[in-house]
Write a protein that binds this ligand. Structure first.
Ligand code: IPE
Ligand code: IPE
Ligand code: MG
Ligand code: MG
Ligand code: MG
Length: 357
């Protein structure tokens, strides 16, 4: 007998991370790079990172499509959430850009930190020149993985046929994903510049918000939008997801500022007190810990409101393209859609809010 189940968020999270880790290995087993650079790139891409951006890609995809059902029948060999290849490419691409930003962020000429993801930063382990080049290569790989078959061990079975009203994966999709990612990767760099210029300054709220939205928010937006684009989200869905992502992205960096003060180095896996050391402009400096916590929580709650609205929008568009007119089947679809659209992104927002590192 075949049974169909929805994975709970923690199962989903583990499966997405496992898929990402497998894909990282596939890319580094095939990409042509000098051994020393490959070793340092692999080092930077592994370690104890939370994989927030790939999870956002996958959750956004899952929340915009009907495909997060897993066949758990005994005959089924599926042990991973069946993520289509373009979702996996988007997950990898944004993680490449993110990790490149971390490697450069830690350099002595930037935040000058020696610990990342619980181990020596890339430049401490491999030297500054190699760390610089690691960032350069990872940035290139992000766009290569979106536009070539770098992720070559493709499980074509995962190319869903039932993910959406209009199932075919457009060949334009890679161009669309690049057009989402590239400007936001640029905004991340621009935000990093403003962050450095904001050291030892007394910035206003709008100035600080603009920095955080770019240096951190932009890649979070890219993640959510790429996931939705892979699911052929409508303009309405994309607009609501963009609102959600902007709130979550800002909240994420406010939280990062808070954790830099309230958490310890061992817990964080990176040096606590790094912001104070450089007199960075942060929300904690501007409004104090308690107010910053309230601000971050408000942003998360507002983001979840966007998701509730998204559930309604997605539901009506799904029913509109449903071919069945059977009321009972439609009722079931309504129930399932509610489950779907309120689930992984909202669970991920809760998980982020509760994070301790
Ligand atoms: C750290 O990002 C840098 C920021 C943008 C705040 P993460 O907190 O997502 O770092 P990892 O990927 O888990 O190491
Ligand atoms: C970095 O912000 C944002 C990036 C684009 C990497 P932080 O400098 O606060 O990140 P951490 O605290 O070092 O991870
Ligand atoms: Mg920094
Ligand atoms: Mg830093
Ligand atoms: Mg920080």
């Amino acid at each position: 007998m075949t049974s169909i189940e929805l994975l709970d968020f923690q199962q989903f999270r583990h499966n997405v991370i496992e898929q990402l880790q497998q894909d990282i290995e596939v890319v580094f087993s095939s990409v042509v790079l000098s051994d020393s650079l490959k070793q340092a790139c692999h080092y930077a891409m592994t370690g104890d990172g939370k994989k927030v951006r790939p999870l956002l890609v996958a959750s956004s995809y899952a929340s915009s499509t009907r495909s997060n059902y897993v066949d758990v029948s005994p005959q089924s060999s599926a042990n991973l959430f069946p993520l289509p290849i373009f979702v996996r490419r988007a997950m990898l691409a944004v993680e490449f850009i993110h990790v490149y930003s971390l490697v450069h962020d830690d350099l002595p000429c930037m935040d000058d930190d020696d610990l990342r993801r619980g181990r020596a930063t890339c430049h401490v382990a491999f030297g500054e020149a190699r760390a610089l080049l690691v960032g350069d290569v990872l940035q290139t790989l992000a766009f290569e993985v979106l536009t070539t078959d770098l992720l070559s061990e493709t499980d074509v079975k995962n190319e869903d046929e039932d993910t959406n009203c209009n199932p075919s994966v457009s060949t334009d999709l890679s161009a669309q994903l690049v057009s989402i990612l590239a400007p936001r990767a640029r905004r991340m760099v621009s935000g990093q510049m403003l962050d450095l210029e904001g050291e030892q300054q007394n910035l206003t709220y709008p100035q600080l918000k603009a920095i955080h939205k770019d240096k951190t928010g932009a890649l979070i937006e890219a993640s959510v939008l790429m996931g939705a684009m892979c699911a052929k989200a409508t303009e309405n869905q994309l607009a609501l997801l963009s609102d959600f992502a902007q709130k979550i992205g800002l909240a994420f960096q406010v939280q990062d500022d808070i954790l830099d003060v309230v958490s310890d180095t061992q817990q964080l896996g990176k040096p606590s007190g790094s912001d104070e050391k450089l007199d960075k402009s942060t929300y904690v400096k501007l409004m104090g810990i308690e107010e910053a916590k309230t601000y971050a929580n408000d942003l998360f709650q507002q983001g979840k409101q966007d998701l509730i609205q998204l559930g309604q929008v997605s539901l009506s568009s799904e029913l509109a393209c449903s071919e069945t007119h059977d009321t009972q089947v439609q009722d079931t679809q309504v129930q399932e859609s509610r489950l779907l659209h309120h689930s992984y992104l909202a669970d991920l927002a809760d998980w982020l809010w509760e994070r301790e590192k």
